[in-house]
Design a protein around this ligand. Structure first.
Ligand SMILES: Nc1nc2c(ncn2[C@@H]2O[C@H](COP(=O)(O)OP(=O)(O)OP(=O)(O)O)[C@@H](O)[C@H]2O)c(=O)[nH]1
Ligand SMILES: [Mg+2]
Length: 324
């Protein structure tokens, strides 16, 4: 595939440049207008992109291809491409610098007793409880004791799941059935422990669920942190992020990233809602931990995520074809 970014003062001038060089079959990947300049990235299938790229542009084109592969929305993709500098460095560093300008990274939680407790919220089954365990593991690396309060006491098996994590990770555990119990449990939490609070899954489109979760958030001083699964389309993710940010979530942990090949919908939605990126999970195993997101880690992810599984899928599809 040929990919190239064209710049001109007007859109029609850019389109003429594209048609002259790539012909009528060219596809627009992204367009961006800024300070009297229009930048359009266009692609033409079936030819190696190196044929068009001059050496100085190769990194930018590699990044444009990765953004396209991930399904990053046009708006964000154009902004990122427009922010790429022309310095001679690695594509990862180049992309990291652009990401730093357009995303907010919360960094690792401050695992200190006096920090605000982290309250994990999100839809059902997204990995909130597993993420509590992964956060506790990180705190353990800093020798900080963790106390967990769970408000998920009704769902069958929920307490057993948390109890087994608590045992394995030497966390102390308390339950809270009601908001007043939660307030009491927060007050009674062991001094010197970092406090993590687990909540039941919340359907963002169910009024009753939202009312209960909002009551929990307002009852205590906490940092509500959204847990969302990677992937899905931009609109769905944006709806979800909008609801949870409206009730107070400012930070986000992306889970189940190993189960999808493209993170573009998630990243575009989080960018749109100016959420602070904290971490990313790519495994159902606690021991595999949580990746703390920073510009470099996110750049690496965008450039590599899903590519390996794409290859595996090709092999599996060929194998399945061979069995017919
Ligand atoms: N492959 C994979 N599985 C994950 C990941 N995170 C969570 N899971 C799995 O997803 C399932 C649900 O995880 P939980 O932590 O119970 O999810 P939850 O959000 O607490 O679920 P509810 O409390 O029912 O709302 C479990 O089987 C986890 O092992 C991940 O990053 N990758
Ligand atoms: Mg849970």
């Amino acid at each position: 595939m040929k990919i190239k970014t064209y710049t001109a003062p007007t859109m029609s001038q850019v389109m003429t440049l594209i048609r002259d060089e790539l012909g009528d079959e060219a596809v627009i990947i992204s367009s961006f207008e800024d300070e009297g300049e229009v930048r359009v990235t266009a692609a033409l299938d079936d030819q190696p992109y190196e044929e068009v790229a001059n050496p100085g542009e190769t990194l930018q084109l590699e990044i444009a291809k990765a953004l396209e592969y991930q399904g990053i929305g046009n708006d964000l993709s154009s902004k990122l491409i427009a922010s790429l500098s022309h310095e001679k460095t690695s594509s990862e560093t180049l992309l990291a610098k652009a990401l730093e300008k357009h995303f907010i990274f919360s960094g690792k939680p401050q695992f200190e007793a006096r920090s605000l407790p982290l309250l994990l919220i999100g839809p059902p089954g997204v990995g909130k409880t597993l993420t509590i365990a992964k956060l506790a593991l990180l705190a353990g690396f800093e020798s900080v004791p963790v106390h967990v309060i769970t408000t998920d006491v009704h769902k069958a098996g929920a307490l057993e799941q948390m109890t087994s994590f608590a045992k394995a990770l030497a966390m102390t555990l308390a339950t809270a059935n009601t908001t007043s119990e939660l307030i009491k449990e927060v007050e009674r939490a062991p001094r010197g422990s970092f406090l993590l609070i687990d909540t039941p899954g919340c359907n963002p489109f169910c009024e009753q669920n939202l009312r209960e979760l909002t009551e929990t958030i307002l009852a205590i001083r906490v940092a509500p942190t959204l847990v969302i699964p990677g992937g899905a389309d931009l609109e769905e993710q944006a709806d979800l992020v909008e609801v949870f940010s409206a009730i107070g979530a400012t930070k986000v942990i992306i889970t189940r990233a190993d189960l999808v090949r493209r993170l573009g919908g998630t990243l575009s939605a989080l960018h749109e809602k100016k959420m602070k990126l904290m971490g990313l999970s790519t495994s159902p195993l606690v021991a595999d931990g949580l990746m703390i997101l920073n510009p470099q880690a996110l750049a690496n992810l965008i450039l590599t995520h899903g590519r390996a599984s794409q290859e595996k899928m090709k092999v599996a599809t060929q194998a399945a074809g061979g069995m017919k």
